[in-house]
Design a protein around this ligand. Sequence first.
Ligand code: ZN
Length: 156
Amino acid sequence: MNAEHIESAAELRELYRELILDHARKPRHFGQLRDATHSANGINPLCGDNLNLDLAVGDGIIRDAAFEATGCAISVASASLMTDTIIGRTDHDALQWSDRVTTSLTSEDDTDAGDLGKLAALMGVRQFPSRIKCATLAWHALRNALRHEKLPASTE
Ligand code: ZN
């Protein structure tokens, strides 16, 4: 599909849906890291989503990231998009992304998500309040991993 042809909100929503489904079916960076420097577990009791995140951080840069998850399509897709986003960024940058995404997902008003890049695809879940925590789970786990929190990141 040519970018010039993406005109309507409906077409955009369809693209976002495709992106989420693609990441849910073929999650990027799925697995464990043998050289992990940071790890966190995240749980979303509401849906039953469970996620383990490994990061390999060196000189303040996230060199690699991997996750294992059992859960719904949205939680897996969000974790996949998250790892894709943060690899190669500084830990500071990654924390900012975590804040931006969780704030956008949980804000009442329809904040412009234009500068979120492909992460804007996640904003579709705002229409389904019960699924928002599925989407924020990976981002909570990211924050906990970088802060060396020992307790699981729970969405509750
Ligand atoms: Zn879920």
